[in-house]
Ligand binder design. Sequence first.
Ligand code: PHE
Length: 453
Amino acid sequence: MANLNQNHERGQWGSKLGFILAASGSAVGLGNLVKFPAMAGLNGGGAFVLVYFIILFLVGFTLMLAEIALGRYTGLNPIGAYRKISKKWSWVGGLGVLAGFMILSYYSVIGGWVIKYLVKSVTGGLNVSDPGMLGDAFGAFITSPGEPIFYHGIFMLITMIIVIKGIGGGIEKSTKLMMPALFVMIFLIAVRAMTLPGASAGIRYLLVPDFAKITPGVILAALGQVFFSLSLGMGAMITYGSYLDKKTNIPQSSTIIPLIDTGVALLAGLAVLPAVFAYNLDPNAGIGIIFNSFPAIFSQLPMGGLFSLIFFVLVLFAAVSSSISLLEVCVSYVVDEWKVKRLVATSVIGVALFLIGSAASLSLGAWSDFKILGLGIFDFLDYGSANVLLPLGGLLLCIVVGWFWGTDNAIKEATNNGEVEFKLAGAWIVLVKYIGPVAIAAVFIQKIMELLG
Ligand code: PHE
């Protein structure tokens, strides 16, 4: 059979390492550095982490392999990929592209906040030891009409420039630079935080589960977080898989990427929570942990300004390496299906994202009265994508791969026709056909009820 992926118009990863770094770059993002510590703080620390791990093993690896295999087999964007399995499933890919578009529109707004805080850490604006004062400044900033939109525009522009340069020259090249730097920086920050006097309470909070705290709410929060953090359920990994050559070992890649993602999330937790406990701050402060508590702590340390700066550079790298994958999903669809040039597709989609993101940003301030299904624009985009479209996409992925494409075909693709070993193939079949769909259906129903009620 002709190699479906030898389409040089679409592009291809230059090396196996390049693919691993780009895919881990997609996975490692604001979800790891901002959401994971915040959610662990909010949902009982160790209890949340334990449940996260169980779900990661049951669903995370399973769907990662399914998406990458489906992408490489078809060599197409999510819509094309599902259509290739069967015409009647192409809409599943459509939901994915929509989810990617929705996520990126507000993700880019948060990316803009990170740039602003990066600038602030250079100009000394974060040199304030009172987290309450920092919190007030943060609230005033994100609700103001002009500045956050300006920074959101810069973030979007950076994302567009990389995607315009294509797979090898843009995405692969930039993630090859950013990811190793990111690993070094997160390690530095985590070690600094864990060696603060009094840090052990935070480490214990994160790593020792209190079983009484495992509630249905915690389980559902962890399931949603696994999807978001691993970039699953919307076809980002289908798209990245579509640029793979036929020799790559898919079972191995689908193990390494979730491990890297989880390692970084844990290091982020170990950077943030020990520091929060050492300074007697509130672990339940949500996103404020990152923008307020953390800078307040570092402002009191020798060379603290430098650590704040490193921290925000790190978060920015993580955010950009994810946002490019979100944009790439939308661009690959338009380039594949409408035969539009990459430059044109990226520019038009980028401008549309900038406009919708600006509305999301305004919804935190001036436009806060405008509601969709009871939610402001920002929250609607976040809830609708991360909590509804991603689990739904994951559920449908299990059904299409497990029951329509067929696990035999999927395993054949994943093992390069039996050439590479996949010891857990038997377990994977059970997970993708039965356990995955049932587990995801549970979270999905819960989220729908949350939206309605
Ligand atoms: N995984 C990214 C993060 O943790 C977000 C993301 C979701 C990226 C879905 C692509 C697709 O920040």
